[in-house]
Design a protein around this ligand. Structure first.
Ligand SMILES: [Zn+2]
Length: 218
């Protein structure tokens, strides 16, 4: 099941303000930080953090009240597709590190366009297939990524790409393996996922990391 089953629903008053905001002729993606929509950002952030209570990408804690470690994430970057800045299915919450690292990296394979009354409109993708990244509104995270502590193992191409663009194994890369031995069931899960992963490079990388772990654990 995806983390988010029900996207945020805007009140009529907020919807009206969003439409006005998006119709500005000089609209830039950096306008997302404008003070006059601070309450709308809070509305979105509070809605998604109440549902997920963790960073979508790394599954670690986010701030429960502060904005500092609970950022509204635009899955398709707002700098790429500014019209999806308030699109409910394009939003979730993530931690500061994932937000900074993922930044503007490409996530979507296909954006549909439709013509209405002679005008061309871009449509937000309606299914998981349109994305090359694991998507909080369409995908079950556990089908794509296994994580145990600071180790993330891909279970699919999407999982592998998401681990790559968010640098999810950043702690292991920077600080090495945690010296606390893993439990038997954690080890079993990791081995199972390594054997079932379709990513040979990841497989050998984690086998090496586990070897290190056994040496450290004694
Ligand atoms: Zn994160």
């Amino acid at each position: 099941m995806p983390d988010i089953n029900q996207p945020v629903v805007y009140t009529p008053a907020i919807k009206k303000r969003i439409l006005g905001f998006l119709s500005k002729s000089d609209l830039k993606s950096s306008d997302w930080s404008d003070d006059d929509i601070k309450d709308i950002r809070k509305f979105i952030r509070d809605y998604y953090r109440n549902i997920t209570r963790k960073c979508f990408y790394c599954r670690k804690e986010i701030s429960l009240r502060s904005v500092d470690n609970c950022h509204v994430e635009h899955i398709i970057p707002k700098s790429e597709q500014i019209q999806f800045m308030f699109e409910p299915r394009n939003l979730c919450v993530v931690c500061s590190d994932c937000n900074i690292i993922k930044s503007k990296k490409e996530v979507s394979g296909q954006i549909e366009t439709v013509t209405k009354n002679g005008k061309l409109y871009t449509m937000y993708p309606r299914s998981s297939n349109a994305f090359i990244v694991v998507h909080p509104h369409f995908d079950n995270y556990d089908d794509h990524i296994h994580h145990c502590g600071d180790i993330y193992i891909s279970k699919s191409k999407k999982g592998s790409y998401t681990i790559h663009i968010c640098e999810l194994n950043r702690k292991v890369h920077e600080y090495g393996m945690d010296s606390n031995p893993l439990t038997q069931s954690e080890l079993f899960d990791i081995f199972h996922d390594i054997m079932n992963s379709d990513d040979v490079v990841q497989q050998s990388k984690y086998m090496n990391k586990l070897r290190e772990h056994f040496i450290k654990a004694g």
